[in-house]
Design a protein. Structure first.
Length: 336
């Protein structure tokens, strides 16, 4: 198998998102629009839209809803050969977009989902990762319970043994970690990752590494944070995203990438975005960053491309970033 044909493997729960039309409140009208979602599955879809091979690993209920989710992944061009079927229900989340001064609202309904109650022994990670180009995981999965954490650890250990690079997006979700300290779970996972993706607030909450606390943080503070993360966890690359919420309708978006080989911090640019859908920007950034790192471009080029892709996602309805490489390149050209 040629290197370019090898898949990037993602692992995590697929969710069904239900949202009222436009900027309506929950059940303002008797309509809810559905989208397939899930942080890691979003990355897989973003990768295939950028022209790379991606394979998503998860558990889907063995019923009509699970069948539809499987079809949704395949429609994005995602390889589903290692998806396990079982359990009784699909995880759900409800999202109200907000507008202006009215913030977004999210309600999760994912307890006892097929994924949350997975059997770690159902996944043969050495086989799944045998021909993989990369493994991508996130802290969303780590919040879902001991069986999923065991699966994450096993997957990362198999990847390291096979020489497969591992990226970990901290993806802090306060509602999923309610009354629990993420650090005992996330710190060992971070130590297994070659690429860490996070925003400064998640770094402090999930890994215990203090950050400057400003929004947005200045480059010197971000560099210091990245260097501490490298010293503590050994991650060779650290991507730091920053979102400044001006209102529910306008966000500032920027990112930096620190590279251990040069100890340099690279800036991806700043975008002021009038939102269409605020969900999935970080997942779009992660997918585009992997695309670029696997293309052997410079770290500066990689983070500029990934930051632009994340900004574009915020203008697209749904959770997956449906942009092509040419779309991102066109935005970069207009940004000078």
């Amino acid at each position: 198998m040629n290197a370019a044909d090898k898949p990037i493997v993602t692992f995590g729960e697929v969710l069904l998102r239900l949202s009222p039309p436009g900027t309506e409140r929950f059940f303002q009208s008797p309509e809810l629009r559905t989208w397939w979602a899930g942080a890691e599955a979003n990355v897989a879809g973003g990768l295939t839209n950028l022209g790379l091979s991606a394979q998503h690993v998860t558990v889907l209920p063995d019923n009509a809803i699970g069948d539809a989710a499987l079809g949704g992944l395949r429609a994005e061009g995602v390889d589903t050969r290692h998806i396990v079927r079982g359990g009784s229900r699909m995880g759900l989340y409800f999202l109200e977009s907000g507008a202006g001064m009215r913030p977004l609202r999210v309600v999760y309904d994912r307890a006892h989902s097929a994924f949350a109650e997975l059997d770690p022994k159902a996944f043969d990670w050495p086989v799944i990762l045998r021909d993989a180009r990369w493994l991508h995981l996130s802290g969303v999965s780590a919040a879902l319970g001991a069986p999923v954490v065991e699966c994450l650890e096993t997957a990362m250990d198999a990847a390291v043994a096979l020489g497969v690079p591992v990226s970990l997006d901290l993806n802090y979700r306060p509602a999923l970690w309610k009354d629990r300290d993420p650090r005992p779970i996330m710190q060992p996972l971070a130590a297994r990752a070659s690429l860490l993706i996070a925003n400064p607030g998640a770094i402090e909450t999930m890994l215990g590494v203090k950050t400057d606390g400003e929004i947005p943080e200045p480059p010197a503070a971000l560099r210091a944070t990245a260097e501490r993360l490298h010293e503590t966890y050994g991650c060779r690359r650290i991507a730091l995203t920053q979102r400044e919420i001006v209102s529910a309708s306008v966000h500032g978006w920027q990112a930096h990438l620190w590279d251990a080989s040069t100890s340099a911090m690279h800036f991806g640019g700043h975008y002021s975005v009038t939102l269409v859908d605020r969900v999935g920007g970080g997942d779009a950034f992660a997918a585009a960053l992997l695309h670029q790192l696997l293309s052997d471009v410079s770290p500066e080029q990689a983070v500029r491309f990934a930051t632009a892709a994340g900004a574009l996602k915020l203008t697209i309805p749904g959770d997956v970033n449906r942009v092509r490489v040419t779309d991102v390149e066109q935005l970069l050209s207009t940004q000078g």
